[in-house]
Design a protein around this ligand. Structure first.
Ligand SMILES: NC(=O)c1ccc[n+]([C@@H]2O[C@H](COP(=O)([O-])OP(=O)(O)OC[C@H]3O[C@@H](n4cnc5c(N)ncnc54)[C@H](OP(=O)(O)O)[C@@H]3O)[C@@H](O)[C@H]2O)c1
Length: 285
């Protein structure tokens, strides 16, 4: 029986990245739909849950993606509300690589040191990757803040993270590199989650910071987020700080993404979101 992955994307154009990784993970056929919302998803879910016999349902799975975390969460939840009894298939949420990227980056940080009671700042943490990284750092016991160019946007993202994960992440307005340098003055850990090609800090802003111990930068499209680091950095020491670059931990991210896709086809009741994906990342890091 063919393994079918239905890639339900909240953006108009489904993510090519997610399609390629699904095939590379060994799925037989990936069927991608874009522009999906809770109002339009019903027939697609019915097609997934009513078609195959109970013992065969594990060969159908759903992947929810798209560039907006809040839209992805809404779609992910509304799909599961349609499941009942054994009329269900396995499902994964990874809007913009949020869960797999954040989980891989934070898991690598946990390999270097315990994060408990450390101060952590997620720079430009309002996007999908930053929101999930903030939640995972907080769940490891760090005191977490996220920056944004807009205080309102930072506050809204914190509310979403805190409501979803029952943690306390704080907002910081930091419109430019100087403000972000101030935001990291007392921090031990930086997770840079800015948009591709955007530098968030120059080397001079962090290299002499005596408190700083660990840096992860998700941005792997030059210019990268943290000046004076390299996207290939794999836990190397620069100025006394351990650095993980976007490709440095991206290898784990890709392996994790594929492992999650494979896990979806182990049974028809897998639900892979931040907690499960972070647990798997730590076991693979
Ligand atoms: N390494 C990997 O394996 C991997 C995998 C997936 C994604 N990524 C990378 O991870 C990063 C985060 O992804 P994402 O999808 O969460 O990012 P995103 O939503 O595109 O952007 C994150 C945040 O960047 C800030 N930003 C945008 N333009 C900016 C500018 N000109 N100056 C300062 N800040 C700006 C915005 O925050 P405010 O508007 O709130 O300031 C935005 O919410 C990206 O660089 C992405 O390419 C890496």
């Amino acid at each position: 029986m063919k393994k079918l992955l239905f890639q339900f994307d909240t953006d108009t154009m489904p993510s090519v990245f997610d399609t390629v990784v699904a095939y590379d993970a060994g799925v037989d056929h990936v069927i991608a739909y874009g522009g999906l919302t809770p109002d339009t998803i019903k027939p697609q879910v019915e097609g997934c849950i009513f078609t195959r016999a109970p013992k065969d349902k594990k060969n159908t799975a759903i992947f929810v993606g798209g560039s907006q975390m809040s839209s992805g969460e809404l779609l992910f939840n509304s799909i599961q509300q349609q499941f009942f009894a054994n009329f269900r298939v396995s499902i994964m949420l990874d809007s913009n690589g949020s869960n797999t990227t954040a989980a891989a980056g934070v898991a690598k940080l946990t390999c270097s040191d315990s994060l408990k009671n450390k101060n952590a700042v997620v720079l430009a943490g309002t996007g999908p990757v930053g929101q999930r990284a903030a939640a995972m750092l907080a769940q490891e016991g760090a005191h977490v803040a996220i920056t944004s160019r807009s205080f309102d946007k930072a506050q809204k993202a914190c509310q979403a993270i805190n409501n979803r994960f029952n943690v306390t992440v704080s907002p910081i307005e930091a419109p430019d590199n100087i403000a972000r340098a101030k935001a990291i003055a007392q921090t031990h850990i930086i997770f840079a989650a800015g948009a591709a090609n955007i530098q968030l800090l120059e080397e001079a802003h962090w290299k002499d910071n005596p408190n700083l111990e660990l840096i992860a930068d998700a941005n792997a499209s030059p210019p990268i987020g943290i000046g004076g680091t390299d996207m290939m950095d794999r836990g190397i020491n620069r100025h006394g700080k351990i650095i993980w670059g976007g490709i440095g931990f991206g290898t784990l991210k890709l392996a994790l993404h594929k492992a999650c896709i494979n896990q979806l086809f182990e049974s028809n009741n897998q639900v892979l979101d931040a907690e499960e994906i972070f647990r798997l990342a730590k076991s693979m890091a």
